[in-house]
Design a binder for this molecule. Structure first.
Ligand code: Z5A
Length: 212
């Protein structure tokens, strides 16, 4: 009998929503329950493309807006063979940001449509579940100041939040909105419940193609 595949679970949300904290806790919880699980992060700053993106985010270099958008997408595509291999081997991938961040962040810039921004990521492995960590700007502010990287300003993050709200309306994607203003353990409990359901359902299904 063929191996049951792992699930592709993505966490999205605005700055300081707790994505990284929750991704790590979810991977640990899945592993402790005896399931193979690994963390992936986008952008993956370790690759050659990722290093270009990292320098841009750290404001050490400037890149034309379309160009950097395509680099973010290329940074996902370069990971696709590895992602598919792991999923097919039965490993669940917990992913910290994905194509939805790509579309939301670039389309929040002047002159970009959401439609254009989604195009380069059409056909990526489709997440079985996208958990959107919902947090208001006021609550995010209680978690500390913005960092020094590009995009970390209140006005831009508000524009990004609006783009996420548009993306969440897409019924072709399995979105679950999580109240990220709860304490870390309560958020983790909600996320784990949705994720375990997804892991069980996904194991006998083929890997889908995003936005196709
Ligand atoms: N970007 C893009 O433009 N295009 C793309 O295609 C992709 C990304 C993939 C990458 O940043 C930037 O690239 C990002 C989007 C853009 N720009 N911005 N903004 P990154 O991924 O390297 O870093 P980040 O995603 O911005 O991290 P973050 O959003 O700032 O944080 P987070 O992962 O959501 O939260 P955290 O690190 O888990 O927690 C933040 C703090 O809150 C920390 O002190 C925690 O201890 C605290 N925390 C967490 N949970 C809680 C709860 N429940 N209560 C209280 N405090 C909490």
């Amino acid at each position: 009998m063929a191996c049951r595949r792992g699930a592709l679970i993505v966490l999205e949300g605005v700055d300081r929503a707790g994505k990284t904290t929750q991704c790590k806790k979810l991977v640990q919880a899945l592993q402790q329950s005896g399931r193979a699980a690994e963390l992936m992060t986008f952008p993956d700053r370790t690759t050659t493309i990722g290093q270009l993106i990292s320098a841009y985010l750290e404001k050490k270099s400037d890149l034309e807006d379309h160009t950097v958008h395509l680099l973010f997408s290329a940074n996902r595509w370069e990971m696709v063979p590895l992602m598919k291999k792991k999923l097919e081997q039965g490993t669940t991938l917990v992913v910290d940001r994905y194509a939805f961040s790509g579309a939301a962040f670039t389309s929040a810039k002047p002159g970009f449509s959401l439609d254009w921004c989604m195009k380069p990521d059409v056909g990526l492995p489709k997440p079985d579940l996208v958990l959107f960590l919902q947090l208001s700007p006021t609550e995010a502010a209680l978690r500390g100041q913005f960092g020094e990287e590009r995009y970390e300003t209140s006005a831009f993050q508000k524009a990004v939040q609006q783009k996420f709200e548009q993306l969440i309306k897409d019924p072709s994607v399995n979105w679950q909105v999580i109240d990220a203003s709860q304490n870390v353990e309560d958020v983790h409990r909600d996320i784990t419940t949705h994720s375990l359901n997804t892991v069980n359902k996904a194991q006998n299904l083929p890997i889908g193609e995003l936005w196709k």
